[in-house]
Design a protein around this ligand. Sequence first.
Ligand code: C2E
Ligand code: MG
Ligand code: MG
Ligand code: MG
Length: 294
Amino acid sequence: RAKRDGKNRWYLFDPQEDRAAAAHAERMADVRRALASEGEFRLYLQPQVRLVDGAIEGAEALLRWQHPQRGLLAPAAFLPAIEHDDTMIALGDWVLDEAMRQLQRWHDAGQSGWTLSVNIAARQLRDPAFADRLAQRLARHPQVDPSRLELEIVESSALDGIAELERLLERCRALGVAVAIDDFGTGYSSLAYLKRLPASVVKIDQSFVRDMFDDPSDLRIIEGVVALGQAFGLRVVAEGVETLHHGELLLRLGAQSAQGYGIARPMPADQWADWAAAWQPPDSWMRWRTLVHS
Ligand code: C2E
Ligand code: MG
Ligand code: MG
Ligand code: MG
């Protein structure tokens, strides 16, 4: 890439960009190595609870990479390097397979009513075989109710056109799988999404929830999303619920479910059962419920 236009072109590429490209390629190769080596990627689980009584509804699956040199990595540290590459499809396949295994474990433990939400990258949704392979996966776990799997889609996934995405998600819905619109309100076409996509859940982005006590416009946005959810018959899940006060206010505003550090941080899957057994709806929510319903 020419760094400088005009009469004298000093060089055809920027050495800094060149280094960045090399680092990028290295990261991508490292992800492929890890996928082949088993046990480095993990799905952490973060609970989603019903606001009115604190009942556990399920979890969101959040990808982590236990890297041999770099330690435990969050998605921001490695997804950007692969998000436009086929490697994203391979890693997304691993995530979906692991999610099905988790749903099977819940089924075996007598908890077949819990829902597992899985983040799906735009690159995965552009794979023409996505729905077919999803169908095969579901067929390998006949005991798992497909409606317990929820695909979280972000608005930027429709950059190639909302019609294609709509068709794909209709196919997924026909398989019985649920669709959630993630980070709702942060994109450019949120309302078109609500209108066109066969979703049953909207997730209010944590940026609105975090400051809802301090910023009146965030509060109004949440009220608006809740009203839209009601109008479209969608469950409204609030993300980034960091304190019980957030939970109480969200309940009063009419949101159905909550997810956030105030309930639990994302945890390794093998800690889930103990967490779920110990979980008790906070007293303050119960008091609030009495007020709301009296
Ligand atoms: P997301 O889907 O919006 O997930 C919520 C993010 O917020 C998670 O970050 C979660 O750990 C964090 N979070 C949850 N509660 C709170 C809270 O109370 N306060 C704050 N400050 N943060 C909270 P995480 O795990 O780092 O994931 C970041 C993003 O990476 C996700 O955002 C999602 O877009 C993407 N991602 C995660 N797992 C996957 C995956 O398996 N596949 C794909 N394609 N993307 C994934
Ligand atoms: Mg998500
Ligand atoms: Mg989100
Ligand atoms: Mg996000």
